[in-house]
Design a protein around this ligand. Structure first.
Ligand code: SF4
Length: 360
């Protein structure tokens, strides 16, 4: 048996291994690889090696706290927290003391960040209150995960203690969501302007998405210099309108994670995968999200009683795959390093970005 890898793939992987990134045509070529072929293993090994070198073997764990459940009127078709899904018919806001208890648990479990998630119409003032409460109680860096924001709101998040902001242009944006790509990108520009780290993921990946659509979002993350990117698959909750498309398996997710890692090159501080899985931790991912509270992938109000993995499970998964969760995080050393004042975007095309506006 020969271990020779197809020459065109070998050339792309050799280029990617240097960390300078690859171009769109090369990423598309890699996305068409069968992950169980020799080329598939070579792809994942190249991404894995790049991450272990770049991230100095650090395994990251960013603890997700979903602070409320509601029948969200935004009705994103992949989300369980929608009015349309009919799973949650009443608003539930986890008491601040519960959020605080989760944050203290995360800190005790050595989480590298707290990812505070709200639904699309949750009170921004309450999110600020939670930020101030947690900032005064735990030392774990705070990341907000909420609706699109204006510059003023970005500055208020910073003042409340947040240092990062998770935000994604979704696959199917404008088709499966009521939001426009331009509005999402405007918020990403706000983050850069005010000095909040932009956390991103290519999501929610499903079998219905074209290779070109997925690759396009990988390059968006590179162009706007995400602190981390990665790949998350769509989870079909019971009764999901997306069920007819099925779901990608973890093997396919690992391949997407690997291609995304090679696209990001030397830009990111970490590379994520979700739901937590071991396969992607051998394909360029080093960042997992333990979960408590609400989750757009679960039909239970508290995901720790559903599909969410807890901090211990994520830690064990990282260690089983040879990542060290006890090293300091690479993500929060210096915001200035990631968002240089007046820096030019590394944008491949002329993206038209409008001034951010407050949205719901
Ligand atoms: S993804 Fe966010 S905005 Fe969209 S329906 Fe779910 S909670 Fe609402």
């Amino acid at each position: 048996m020969s271990w020779q890898v197809a020459r065109d793939i070998s050339e792309i992987l050799n280029k990617a291994a240097a960390g300078g990134g690859i171009d769109r045509a090369e990423a598309v070529r890699l996305m068409h690889i069968n992950p169980l072929s020799k080329e598939g293993y070579a792809l994942m090994q190249t991404a894995d090696r790049l991450s272990r070198q770049t991230f100095c073997n650090k395994g990251e764990s960013h603890f997700h706290i979903g602070v409320n459940v509601e029948p969200c009127p935004m009705d994103c078709r992949f989300c369980s927290l929608t009015k349309g899904a009919g799973i949650f018919t009443e608003r539930t806001e986890f008491p601040y003391q519960q959020v605080l208890a989760w944050a203290r648990l995360a800190e005790a479990r050595s989480a590298d960040a707290l990812n505070i998630m709200t639904t699309g119409t949750y009170s921004f003032e309450k999110l600020l209150e939670i930020g101030k409460l947690l900032k005064g109680a735990v030392s774990t860096p705070l990341v907000a995960n909420t609706r699109d924001i204006s510059h003023k709101e970005g500055e208020r998040l910073l003042a409340a203690g947040f240092v990062g902001f998770y935000h994604a242009v979704r696959l199917g944006e404008g088709r499966d969501t009521p939001f426009s790509r331009e509005k999402r990108i405007a918020t990403i520009s706000v983050l850069r302007d005010v000095g909040l780290l932009w956390m991103n993921c290519v999501e929610p990946v499903g079998p219905e998405h074209s290779v070109e659509e997925i690759v396009d979002l990988m390059f968006l993350a590179r162009q706007y210099r995400a602190a981390y990117s990665g790949a998350m698959r769509r989870i079909n909750f019971p009764g999901s309108p997306m069920s007819r498309y099925g779901m990608v398996n973890e093997l396919e997710l690992a391949k997407v994670t690997a291609v995304s890692r090679l696209v990001m090159g030397d830009i990111p501080r970490a590379h994520c995968t979700h739901e937590p899985n071991g396969t992607s931790l051998m394909a360029g991912a080093n960042l997992l999200f333990p979960e408590v509270g609400s989750s757009p992938r679960d039909n239970r109000p508290d995901s720790s009683e559903g599909i969410g993995r807890d901090a211990r499970a994520c830690r064990k998964m990282l260690m089983e795959m040879g990542w060290n969760p006890d090293l300091p995080s690479n993500c929060f050393g210096s915001v200035a390093r990631q968002v240089p004042v007046n820096a030019q975007d590394e944008r491949l095309g002329a993206e038209s970005v409008s001034t951010a506006t407050t949205t719901t």
